[in-house]
Design a protein around this ligand. Sequence first.
Ligand code: ADP
Ligand code: MG
Length: 266
Amino acid sequence: MAASKKTEELDALEPMLTRLKLTAIRDQLDTLLDQAGRAELNLREALSMLCAAEVARKDERRIQMGMSIAKFPCVRTLEGFEYDAQPSVDPKQIRELATSRWVANGDSVLLLGPPGVGKTHLAVALGREAIVRGYSTLFVPATSLVTQLVRAHVEGRLEEKLVHFAKPKLLVVDELGYLPFEANAAHLFFQLVSRRYERGSMLVTSNRSVAEWGGVFGDAVVATAILDRLLHHSHVITIRGDSYRLRTKRRSGLVNQAGANPETTN
Ligand code: ADP
Ligand code: MG
């Protein structure tokens, strides 16, 4: 009698775990209980171990969801960044940024430098760190952002778009300055920057130095107003040096280094 009551309770366990959305515990129940048994855990320890499995699954899901919402163009991590290849990047500063305290504070990060030096790599990797720490993040190439704002403006939906881009705690705008903005676009970008100002963080990558932004925006006054806000609480990282892609090619002898014999270069 007692045994069959116990079986009934066990049978009810799976539906209960489902109802409580404890799916990791449900799916790995036998394995987890085995582990707990073998480790001779007491009830409290076993419960803690089951909860840890559930928390790990929930975190993993949350990060996956955050990553898909962020729309990163590629997978890049800080672990995959070689500091030796880019001596102008300070590992200590990147480690500090990886804590995402700057996102919590609503600061901005500007990553400046020529093509191929790892700006997008670091932008995506820092965006990922922000998601891991629970901050909603959206990645958008600057040209796409501007096209969307201009179109929304023409169609009378600007407010909706501004809300969309102002909402994430971190907005990553990649490759600002590859194409100059038209005057109206610069003004729309300014509206977005002011709306986010001191509320959410922005990470902007650009191949132009800050001094050249007047030319990028086609209007020195708007450029100054944008920079004023972006630079107020900011971390500016200027990367100098060679393109990582070319460096790899140079090493394999595909591209000649000035004065170097490809056969003796490694
Ligand atoms: P940028 O955005 O500055 O033009 P990317 O971030 O797109 O440059 O870098 C070009 C390629 O080289 C990418 O695949 C990137 O992952 C890689 N890369 C650049 N710098 C590094 C580095 N220091 N360590 C590892 N990979 C790098
Ligand atoms: Mg890039």
